[in-house]
Design a protein around this ligand. Structure first.
Ligand code: 13P
Length: 249
């Protein structure tokens, strides 16, 4: 199980340090659940210093696919590694929606993350109109196959996939546990056909209005192996309540 907090574009550096400090002060590591926080790029180093040695992982929210060069405003995998990142969220629906990210673009970033020793958290998920048109599986298949094209894995912990139905993000509407399990099982079958048997052990996170009140039920589903938490990760108590729910799921 992995519970990762996506802090999105929230919190200045002092605020981020305060939140990380509060999370750390109430966090007790367990063998069954890993926790990670993903602050903005400018807060990675200072949040990383707070959680260093605690077992809480550090993740970025995006990166560029190239090694280095004339890409003003961008951040590379090696830069993220050098400030202590373990994870990088790639292909989040907000990046697809507002910044024009494509499956091919995400694929380049996934290759780059893996070759730099960063674990990508690859986000997939359909929009409401696509679900209503019964195209959810087709959309998720295209995103998953596109993002993971040409990837070979020997260690399943080096890749994480997050199913985030766009209609559930920041809306307070969650997928039902049955809807989540159904799509996670479908993603599991895609991972096995793309990656072979290693695909059976890749964590598939659910994201979209996961809160302390609904986490246990979602996380108890067979193919729901954790959560990617937005709003609730900005409150230490709520984030840790979800981490605790994962321990008993
Ligand atoms: P919310 O938990 O705020 O719905 O956000 C989910 C998300 O987008 C995590 O990446």
């Amino acid at each position: 199980m992995l519970i990762a907090g996506n802090w999105k574009m929230n919190m200045t550096r002092p605020e981020a340090v305060r939140l990380a400090t509060e999370v750390l002060s109430k966090y007790s590591p367990t063998d069954s659940v890993r926790a990670a926080v993903c602050p903005t790029a400018v807060c990675l180093e200072s949040v990383g210093a707070v959680i260093s040695g605690s077992g809480i992982g550090l993740g970025a929210q995006n990166m560029h696919a190239a090694d280095s060069g004339a890409y003003t405003g961008e951040v590379s995998a090696a830069m993220l590694k050098s400030v202590g990142c373990d994870y990088v969220i790639l292909g989040h629906s907000e990046r697809r929606q507002y910044f024009g990210e494509t499956d091919a673009g995400v694929n380049g970033k996934v290759h780059q993350a893996l070759s730099n020793g960063l674990t990508p958290i690859v986000c997939v998920g359909e929009q409401l109109h696509e679900r209503e048109a019964k195209r959810a599986e087709e959309v998720v298949r295209n995103q998953t196959e596109g993002a993971l094209a040409g990837i070979g894995l020997s260690d399943p912990t080096t890749l994480v996939v997050a199913y985030e139905p766009v209609w559930a993000i920041g809306t307070g509407v969650t997928a039902t546990p049955e809807q989540a399990q159904e799509m996670h099982a479908f993603i599991r079958s895609l991972l096995v056909s793309l990656l072979g048997s290693v695909g059976t052990s890749v964590d598939i996170l659910y994201g979209g209005s996961m809160k302390p009140g609904n986490a246990a039920e979602l996380l108890s589903q067979e193919d729901v192996n954790g959560g990617l938490i937005g709003g609730a990760s900005l409150k230490a108590d709520q984030f840790l309540a979800i981490v605790e729910a994962a321990q008993f799921a």
